[in-house]
Design a protein around this ligand. Structure first.
Ligand SMILES: C[S@@+](CC[C@H](N)C(=O)[O-])C[C@H]1O[C@@H](n2cnc3c(N)ncnc32)[C@H](O)[C@@H]1O
Ligand SMILES: [Zn+2]
Length: 510
C-alpha cells in the first residue's frame, strides 16, 4: 500500500516525524512533548546506570568466587531463555479483534512476533535494553526513543486500535532505516502481551488515556529485575479527591482534597504500583516522580526479593488531615524493632493523632495509604538534570523540563506532602509573610524547608505542625488580625500562646 502524502500533515518532534491524517483519528497530544522529553532523559540515565551496574557486577564476579545473589540471579543478562510457548501470536487475541491483514500488509520492520529473549544462563554480555511502549497510538514516543536514545535496543509498540497500528506502521516507514530496524508494531491488547511476556522488557512505558490502573498488574510482571516502569496517569480529578470512592476502587487509596493533592496523587500511584508488585514478590524503587500539566508520571525500578518486600509497610502511610486547619499527620502502616542482630516487623503504632486536632479542636479526615518514602532518587535527578543541560538542543521542551527538574533537585527528599502558606494565613485570616520570611523562621527554629515542583506556593518542611503554628502565632502578634468568631479554627489556634519565639531574620544558609 502506498501513502499519498498530500492527505497528511507532517508533525516533527525531536528527531521523529509523524504523518497526521487530515481526519486525525489517532491520538496525538502536542503538550505531551514535556512528558516524552522527560522520559527520554530518564531513559538515557537508565541506560548509563544499567551499564555501570553491569560493570560493577562483572568486576565483583571476577574479584570473588562466583556467588549469585538474589538480585543478580534474576538480572536480565543472566535470565534463562524464555519458553517458546511464551511467544503468543497476537493475531489470535480475541480481546482486540485483530484482523489478519493488518500485520501482513506492511512487511517493512514489523515482525509478526515480538523478539524472543536470547540471553542464556551465565552469559555476561549486556544486551541493549528492550523497551515496550505498551500504548503507542501514532508511535511518536516509540520513534523518538528509537531515534534519539543512544544504546537503546528494540522498541515494541503496541496498540489495540487498528487505525492506530496502521498509523504507527506508516510512521515507522516514514522515519527511515533506524526506525524500521528498531521499532516493531503489533496490534495487541497490552495486558495480554505483558502477561505473556513476563520479565522480558528492560523498560515498560504505560501512557494511557486516564488511569493506568488496569495495566499495572501485567506491567509489573513484564519488567526484568532492575528494569524500569514509566507510568502516566491523567485522571487527576479522580486522584485528587473529586471522587474519593472511585480513586479507592481504581488505586486502593483514598485521596484528600487539599493543596498537596497533586503530590498525593503521585504517592497514591506509587503505592498502587507497589501493591501490584508485591503480589509477585517484587518491589519498586522510585527514581523520579513528576506532576506536570494535566497528569502525573512516575519512573520506578522494579526488583524481586521476598525479604526486601517486608519493608513495604514501612514505606506506606495513612494521612490524617484536619478539617478545620488543614494540619496533616502521617500514620505509618508498619514499623520495625531491632532485636539483637535481627529485625522484627510490626504494625505501626496508632493513632498518631487524637480524636480532635491539637491545634484547632476539629476532627480529621483520613486518606491513603500513600507512598511515604522518597519519590525521587536525588542522585538520579542530579545526573538527569546535568545530562539534560549538556544536550539542551536535543530537548524541544528544554525550558520546561529543566525548570521542573531543577525544582525537584531542590525538594526535601524525605518530607512527604507540603504546607501552603496561603492556607495557613487563610485559616488565621492574617496577612501572609513572604516565603523568604517564613522559610527563615523555620530554619532559625532548627528545621529544614524547601519548595516543591508540584506547587509554586507549596513549602515542604520537617517542622512539626505545632512549630509551624507557633511561627504563625508570632507573626500574627506583629501583624494583628480582626477578632473572629470563637468557634473558628483560627481563633482557637491564636488563643494559645506560642512556646517557640520565632526569629524571622534571614539566616545565611537560606
Ligand atoms: C494516550 S494514547 C498513547 C499516546 C502515546 N503514548 C504518545 O505518547 O503519543 C493511549 C493509546 O492506548 C491505546 N489503548 C487503550 N487500551 C489499550 C489496550 N488494552 N491495549 C493496547 N492499547 C490500548 C489507545 O488505542 C490509544 O492509542
Ligand atoms: Zn486543626
Amino acid at each position: 500500500m502506498t501513502t499519498d502524502l498530500s492527505d497528511y500533515a507532517i508533525i516533527k518532534e525531536g528527531e521523529a516525524e509523524i504523518l497526521m491524517h487530515a481526519k486525525n483519528q489517532v491520538f496525538y497530544n502536542k503538550t505531551q512533548v514535556n512528558n516524552r522529553d522527560i522520559s527520554i532523559a530518564v531513559l538515557r540515565a537508565f541506560i548509563e546506570k544499567r551499564k555501570e551496574e553491569h560493570e560493577a557486577r562483572l568486576s565483583k564476579k571476577t574479584k570473588t568466587a562466583p556467588k549469585v545473589s538474589e538480585k543478580d540471579a534474576s538480572n536480565s543478562v543472566v535470565e534463562e531463555v524464555s519458553n517458546e510457548s511464551d511467544i503468543i501470536d497476537e493475531k489470535t487475541n480475541g480481546d482486540c479483534g485483530v484482523a489478519a491483514e493488518i500485520s501482513q500488509e506492511e512487511p517493512c520492520s514489523i515482525s509478526e512476533e515480538p523478539n524472543k529473549v536470547t540471553e542464556g544462563k551465565g552469559q555476561v554480555e549486556l544486551k541493549p535494553p528492550r523497551v515496550l511502549e505498551a500504548l503507542s497510538a501514532s508511535g511518536l514516543r516509540a520513534l523518538r526513543y528509537a531515534r534519539e536514545v543512544e544504546g537503546i535496543g528494540q522498541v515494541v509498540a503496541l496498540d489495540n486500535d487498528k487505525v492506530s497500528v496502521e498509523a504507527c506502521r506508516r510512521n515507522i516507514k516514514f522515519n527511515g532505516s533506524v526506525a524500521c530496524s528498531k521499532v516493531e508494531s503489533h496490534l495487541a491488547d497490552a495486558r495480554v502481551h505483558m502477561l505473556t511476556h513476563p520479565k522480558e522488557f528492560d523498560v515498560v512505558d504505560l501512557d494511557p488515556y486516564g488511569s493506568p490502573s488496569v495495566f499495572l498488574d501485567s506491567a509489573v510482571q513484564s519488567v526484568v529485575d532492575g528494569g524500569l516502569l514509566m507510568c502516566t496517569a491523567t485522571d487527576m480529578a479522580v486522584l485528587c479527591g473529586g471522587n474519593g470512592e472511585v480513586c479507592y476502587s481504581k488505586y486502593g487509596s483514598y485521596p484528600l482534597r487539599g493543596k498537596y493533592c497533586h503530590e498525593m496523587a503521585l504517592r497514591i500511584l506509587l503505592a498502587c504500583i507497589e501493591s501490584h508488585a508485591n503480589r509477585y514478590k517484587r518491589y519498586i524503587v522510585p527514581v523520579l516522580s513528576v506532576q506536570m500539566d494535566f497528569y502525573v508520571r512516575v519512573f520506578v525500578r522494579i526488583y524481586s526479593s521476598a525479604s526486601a518486600m517486608k519493608n513495604t509497610p514501612l514505606k506506606l502511610s495513612y494521612v490524617y488531615q484536619c478539617i478545620g486547619c488543614d494540619s496533616f499527620h502521617l500514620q505509618p502502616i508498619g514499623r520495625t524493632v531491632a532485636k539483637n542482630s535481627s529485625v522484627r516487623y510490626l504494625p505501626g503504632f496508632g493513632p498518631v493523632v487524637p480524636q480532635e486536632c491539637n491545634d484547632c479542636g476539629k476532627k480529621f479526615n483520613m486518606g491513603g495509604p500513600i507512598w511515604s518514602a522518597p519519590i525521587h532518587d536525588q542522585e538520579w535527578v542530579t545526573s538527569i538534570l546535568s545530562d539534560v543541560k549538556s544536550m539542551k538542543e536535543r530537548y524541544p521542551a528544554y525550558d520546561r523540563i529543566s525548570a521542573v527538574l531543577t525544582t525537584i533537585s531542590e525538594e526535601l527528599p524525605d518530607v512527604p506532602l507540603f504546607l501552603s502558606l496561603h492556607n495557613l494565613c487563610a485559616t488565621l485570616k492574617c496577612t501572609s509573610p513572604s516565603a523568604v520570611i517564613f522559610r527563615s523562621a523555620v530554619i532559625n527554629a532548627g528545621y529544614r524547608i524547601s519548595g516543591t515542583h508540584v506547587n509554586p506556593l507549596g513549602l515542604k518542611s520537617d517542622a512539626p505542625m505545632d512549630v509551624i503554628w507557633d511561627i504563625m502565632r508570632c507573626w500574627v502578634k506583629n501583624h494583628p488580625v480582626k477578632p473572629q468568631p470563637p468557634d473558628q479554627s483560627g481563633t482557637v489556634i491564636l488563643a494559645k500562646e506560642p512556646v517557640l519565639q520565632a526569629n524571622f531574620a534571614e539566616p545565611l544558609r537560606l
